[in-house]
Ligand binder design. Structure first.
Ligand SMILES: Nc1nc2c(ncn2[C@@H]2O[C@H](COP(=O)(O)OP(=O)(O)O)[C@@H](O)[C@H]2O)c(=O)[nH]1
Ligand SMILES: [Mg+2]
Length: 878
């Protein structure tokens, strides 16, 4: 809509934007399908004016409508707000439009006031007309609000907004709009507004991350920082266009950051406190809400996992592994969207049949794999998505035992962490998966913790302790824990705590706690490899290391099996543990309040260990158990993340002297199972290379060579290097043999009395082209790789030989004709032979000319017999 100059005549100084808007809207009321209400101009200086005006409006109006709000900030900086409602209190969109470039306006106050009247509303920023000069903001706000109302008429232009449908739609939307609405409400029809709002926010976050190509939410702050630095630089260089571009990007990132914070606080604030729920009815609404919140956080992790999956298969050439990942992505996405009905059933069936073909072609079909494929077919055809996902994961492990990309990601994270803890005094948390390492870090870092019930299956709940409130320490963003029995921490994560925040304000010291995945644990082969290469390297570069070893009551076991496992973790990662005991502090998780730890441990030692020869001979176990008993005299430190006093443990940690030369102490060798997995993976790579070579699939061959090389670079295992080198030798021998065979056959025909056939040349040309294509293996094969010139040189040298031999023959020898004919055919197929062809022709031309000359001379001497012979030979050549 064009903003008419009439408007400007009514109020030149824009003191009454409400009136100006009204005049504009009256001009074409037919354009708007909903009533539009304009609130009086609101002044930011007047306390709660927005809230009051919204409240008044909501009392008067209850129908589907749009509310426009002119809002004046300081210094006559105007912004516009648009709220679209469906029925009384259901927000379809709430937007604020700031028309000033590089404005520092933060909408917190607006959001708070808005939320008081419409608790589920999330104020979104919308970008329309902008100007650097704030004095234009009133005029632009009018234009922008009018344009934003117009958006209502074109729903396809909308961003995905949080929407709370009520199932009884009375919307006056256009047909298009209705269909959009219907799609959105399908998944959420039975959910309450808050759940829907959270799901909507997550969807927005996901879309935003995808649009901006950001793999991980935690990267947003860094990106914002980088852009701000760039803007400052461009500002100094007066690069206005670049500044505008960067600012647009910055706004989008800030928006995403805001959404992710909202998701976090929203999820956390809705977690009910177990303590307040005496007689918890485990199926009550609150309980369900808490479960759904933890599950919502879980969902975020799954979104990130999906992104990794996409990245992984995008980097692969077509092959069975890629098809498995594509199918996994499809089903996991569907499960995440909770959309059990796949409209793409036909394309899934096609993908399955492609996977079947690829498995056969890649010689991967074993009995086991065949059985998995059959099960997969059944699961897919019966629409059982979660079972399809399980079978696909299993199938993937069978054909590719390791996820090398995942190891790369974990090691690179360990390397980043290594930089953060280089030359620092750190405290490493050690314990089995589930012993409470991540929770303890949250607790020690000062997070407020709450006990919640998480529904893992309908009607089944697990206790879980989780932090609540906004994350104050950014390091904690990566310290996640979950009640699900799986390893949540997959890489080392340092968290630095300012002691002034925990002890007292005079403290200037900091401590750095490191959350690490379980060593020799159930976290998986990939984590085990990353631990042995990345994490240990990171520890070796620190200045000193103290160990906070956690032992959980849940895994204690009758004979102290949990402590035995903990002892083995410690001994596996440290050289000469007896000399390092001073640097180990023990803490105990999940112990009943009344249990005396020292008594429990002493009893295990006296009654179980001392009486069992086998246990007694496990010196590592006995050493650690005795040390624990010594250090828990008078009871040990029980961690109570909710009510416990963190200062006691922090002071103890501070007092303890760390291991001073970590380089000499830390070691870690991966488990035997891990080695076996690497061995299996390497064998698969080798046989896949052979198969790819058979099909002349160079892309796939390079993929497996890269895989072997990366695996060797990561693990430095000599058997992986040997496999890589032997594959290279095998490939180069194979290429050499192939070329020798082709050359031999070609040379035989070339020197025979038979002419070269079309097929001979085609075959030779195919070999030259094959050598050209296979040059992509150069980075692996280096000088072992034959170049296509070898085959060209062979032709030339064989032709030269022929030509020399024929020079000694008479011109009328039939082999000369065969030679010239072969030469012509070869030159037609190989442009490289053009020069040789011309030179060779010239030589024969000269010989022919000389022959003709000699006939002329003989004619003059009437030597008819010789003349006849020459003419005969000339005619046979013409
Ligand atoms: N009751 C209780 N539960 C805990 C404690 N520490 C951790 N948990 C719970 O145990 C589960 C696993 O904890 P987590 O910190 O992820 O263990 P990690 O694998 O060692 O990092 C989560 O559900 C936690 O809420 C504790 O001290 N007491
Ligand atoms: Mg953990």
């Amino acid at each position: 809509m064009e903003y008419s100059e009439d408007t400007e005549h009514i109020q030149c100084n824009y003191n009454n934007i409400q009136e100006l808007l009204r005049v504009e809207l009256k001009k074409s009321p037919e354009r708007y399908s909903k009533p539009i209400y304009i609130l009086p101009d609101i002044d930011d200086n007047v306390e709660c004016q927005l809230e009051q005006e919204l409240l008044n409006e909501s009392k008067c109006n209850t129908e589907n409508r749009i509310i426009l709000i002119p809002y004046r900030l300081e210094n006559s900086h105007w912004i516009g707000i648009l709220i679209e409602l469906q029925a009384a209190k259901q927000i379809i969109r709430a937007e604020y439009i700031d028309p000033v470039n590089r404005s520092s306006f933060v909408p917190d106050r607006l959001q708070k006031q808005l939320a008081k009247v419409y608790p589920s509303a999330v104020l979104q920023t919308k970008d329309l007309l902008k100007h650097n000069d704030r004095t234009h903001s009133a005029k632009l706000t009018i234009k922008n609000l009018l344009a934003a109302v117009e958006n209502d008429q074109r729903p396809e232009m909308r961003q995905p907004y949080v929407n709370i449908p009520d199932g009884n739609e009375t919307s006056t939307y256009s047909a298009e709009s209705k269909s959009l609405h219907w799609q959105q409400s399908e998944n959420t029809i039975s959910k309450d507004g808050n759940d829907y709002r959270l799901a909507g926010l997550e969807q927005q976050l996901k879309n935003g991350l995808e649009k901006l190509n950001i793999p991980d939410v935690s990267l947003i702050p860094q990106k914002i920082q980088k852009i701000e630095v760039r803007i400052k630089k461009y500002d100094d260089e007066r690069r206005i266009d670049d500044i505008e571009k960067e600012e647009k990007h910055l706004r989008e990132l800030q928006e995403l950051q805001k959404i992710s914070e909202l998701i976090y606080s929203e999820s956390i604030s809705r977690i009910p406190n177990k303590d307040n729920e005496s007689n918890v009815n485990r199926t009550d609404k609150q309980g369900l809400a808490s479960s759904s919140n933890i599950i919502a956080l879980e969902k975020n992790k799954r979104l990130l996992h999906l992104n990794e999956l996409r990245e992984d298969f995008a980097a692969m050439p077509p092959c069975a592994e890629k098809s498995i990942l594509e199918l996994l992505e499809h089903f996991e996405q569907k499960l995440l969207e909770n959309d059990p009905y796949s409209q793409e059933q036909n394309s899934v069936i096609e993908m399955l049949s492609k996977l079947n073909d690829q498995i056969k072609k890649q010689d991967l079909l074993s009995k086991e794999i065949q059985a998995s494929l059959q099960n997969l077919n059944i699961a897919v055809n019966s629409g059982n998505m979660s079972s399809s996902v399980d079978i696909l994961h299993d199938l993937k492990k069978k054909i590719r035992p390791l996820n090398v990309q995942d190891i790369q990601r974990l090691v690179s994270k360990a390397k980043k962490a290594a930089e953060l803890i280089r030359d620092k005094d750190i405290i490493l948390l050690v314990g089995e998966t589930g012993s409470g390492k991540s929770t303890t870090i949250q607790f020690l870092a000062g997070s407020e913790m709450k006990d919640v019930q998480v529904e893992i299956e309908p009607g089944k709940f697990l206790d879980h302790i989780t932090p609540i409130g906004l994350v104050k320490n950014p390091g904690l963003n990566n310290v996640t824990s979950s009640p699900f029995h799986k390893s949540e921490t997959r890489y080392i994560t340092p968290v630095t705590i300012q002691l002034k925040d925990i002890l007292d304000s005079h403290e200037t010291d900091v401590i750095t706690l490191c959350d690490a995945p379980g060593f020799s644990d159930t976290a998986g082969v990939e984590v085990d490899i990353a631990n042995s290469v990345g994490v240990i390297e990171a520890l070796k570069r620190t200045k000193s290391v103290k160990i906070l070893a956690l032992s959980s009551y849940q895994s204690l076991g009758d004979r102290g099996e949990g402590i035995q496992r903990l002892a083995h973790i410690l001994i596996n990662m440290m050289h000469k543990i007896d000399d390092r005991l001073d640097a180990i502090i023990y803490a105990f998780t999940k112990y009943p309040e009344k249990k005396n730890i020292n008594a429990v441990l002493t009893d295990i030692k006296n009654q179980k260990v001392n009486k069992d020869r086998f246990l007694r001979s496990d010196t590592a176990f006995v050493t650690v158990l005795s040390d624990m008993i010594d250090k828990t005299e008078g009871n040990g430190y029980k961690i109570d993340p909710i009510h416990g006093d963190r200062k006691i443990l922090i002071k103890k940690l501070k007092r303890t002297k760390g291991i001073q030369y970590p380089k000499e102490v830390f070691q870690f060798s991966m488990s035997r199972e891990t080695r076996t997995s690497i061995g299996n993976h390497v064998e698969k790579d080798k046989s896949s290379i052979i198969c790819a070579m058979k099909h002349k699939n160079n892309e796939l061959m390079i993929y497996y060579l890269n895989d072997l090389k990366t695996l060797h670079d990561l693990t430095k295992q000599s058997f992986v290097r040997e496999a890589y080198e032997s594959s290279i030798r095998w490939i180069s021998d194979n290429i050499n043999e192939y070329c020798t065979r082709i050359k031999r056959k070609f040379n035989r025909v070339l020197t025979s009395q038979d002419r070269l056939g079309e097929d001979d040349i085609r075959e030779y040309k195919a070999a030259v082209e094959y050598l050209q294509h296979i040059q992509i293996l150069k980075e692996h094969l280096g000088s072992f790789l034959l170049s296509p010139e070898t085959l060209m040189q062979n032709i030339i040298s064989k032709l030269c030989e022929r030509s020399c031999a024929l020079n000694k023959e008479d011109l009328y020898n039939p082999l000369v004709g065969v030679y010239l004919n072969n030469l012509r055919m070869l030159r037609n197929s190989f442009k490289e032979l053009e020069i040789y062809y011309r030179n060779s022709c010239k030589e024969f031309d000269k010989r022919f000319y000389l022959l003709v000359q000699s006939a002329r001379e003989l004619i003059l001497t009437n030597n008819f017999k010789q003349i006849a012979e020459i003419i005969l030979s000339i005619s046979s050549k013409v």
